[in-house]
Design a protein around this ligand. Structure first.
Ligand code: NDP
Length: 335
């Protein structure tokens, strides 16, 4: 439950885990609701935004004090009043951060199409984060062989796939991450050409320039702030910037300014923001592209699994200090 509206960095104590054994969940008669057992919960940075005391909804309604928070998850259908979902089937989509949920907004859940891959992948690689990577990189940046690609928060849920999509397109790919362990993973597990730990560099602009002496064609921005400035300084003429996320800004009272916007002009850059919720119609095409790569081992994936609902608050707030190594999710039950 949301215990306290968040301002600044979220804390575990902003959430509360409670047990209530007296609720008997049933699909009401004549309703098209679906009763599910939640198996995996996805920890996503956007949940932080919904934990604030929002004057008005940003794109989804914010959470209310004392209510169960909601986000993406993977669930098994226990009982269904909806013709598209049958008992025993698996779904992914918006569910409650609880062991069982009665889902009434069934337009926000999707039947899991392939069950011969780990079902937890639908919290990330084959769910919202994966689609975000595909839309923001393949569709919006039109990467070409030989182009120079830079990715921030590169070892996370979105970044690790963007990097691998870049390599599959024949690009030169460099990523940043907040620990030496993550930097090593980028270079060894995910096949990045280079990577650096942004927390130990004296100057981000110098570090980016060291990795891209001839400049960047595509910057996939997951963090905003100082890293966006460092990328702007190093863009090539006609470069593209995918404004996917700005996690360095979400907990600040006053967002940092961007100093080198003038590069947009002098380098004739294109920068485009997007929200994956506008692109769910592309999901089948995304699966067609990505599933074969996963099955033949050309795309690999790293998950960071917290165990049990009691560890869910720590897992969620850990995103904002970089505690997660790979896609952070919470395991609630066996498949
Ligand atoms: P991640 O799995 O990458 O987890 C978040 C990571 O961000 C942390 O592990 C940490 O990694 C990094 N981070 C945290 N705080 C900071 C900071 N102050 N400065 C720099 N890096 C920081 O998350 P996702 O892959 O799920 O999301 C990545 C970005 O994409 C987010 O900004 C998110 O909001 C955005 N997003 C946008 C969508 C859209 O539709 N536009 C949809 C989904 C996500 P490290 O150790 O490297 O610092």
């Amino acid at each position: 439950l949301l215990k306290k509206y968040v301002s600044g960095f979220p804390q575990e104590s902003d959430l509360e885990v409670v047990t209530n054994e007296t609720i008997l969940l049933k699909v009401p008669q004549e309703s098209n609701a679906v009763l599910v057992k939640n198996l995996y919960l996805s920890c996503d940075p956007f949940l932080r935004v919904l934990m604030s005391d929002l004057a008005e909804p940003i794109y989804i309604e914010g959470f209310h004090l004392g209510n169960v928070i909601r986000g993406f998850g993977v669930s098994r259908v226990l009982e269904s009043g909806h013709p598209d979902f049958k008992e025993g089937e698996y779904v992914w989509g918006i569910t409650g951060w609880e062991e069982y949920s009665l889902i009434t907004d069934t337009e926000k859940i999707f039947k899991i199409p392939f069950t011969d891959v780990p079902l937890s992948y639908y919290t990330g690689l084959l769910g919202m984060a994966g689609l975000t990577a595909y839309i923001g990189f393949n569709e919006m940046c039109s990467p070409k062989k030989g182009e120079y690609v830079f990715i921030s928060a590169a070892s996370g849920a979105v970044g690790q796939l963007v990097g691998q999509l870049g390599k599959l397109k024949g690009c030169y790919v460099v990523g940043t991450a907040g620990s030496d362990e993550k930097v090593e993973l980028l270079k060894t597990k995910f096949g990045f050409d280079d990577a650096f730990n942004y927390k130990t560099e004296k100057s981000l602009g110098v570090a980016v320039n060291r990795c891209f002496p001839n400049g960047i064609d595509i910057y996939f921005d997951n963090v905003g702030g100082a890293m966006l400035d460092a990328a702007l300084l190093n863009m090539r003429a006609n470069g593209r910037i995918s404004a996917c996320g700005m996690i360095s800004q979400y907990n600040l009272e006053e967002p940092e300014g961007v100093h080198f916007l003038v590069k947009m002009l002098t380098k004739r850059l294109t920068m485009k923001g997007f929200n994956v919720i506008d692109h769910f119609s592309v999901y089948p095409k995304f699966l067609e592209v990505v599933i074969p790569y996963i099955k033949n081992g050309e795309i690999t994936y790293l998950e960071d699994k917290a165990d049990g609902i009691e560890n869910a608050p720590a897992a969620l707030v850990g995103l904002f200090t970089g505690k997660n190594v790979g896609k952070q999710l919470v395991v609630l039950a066996d498949e």
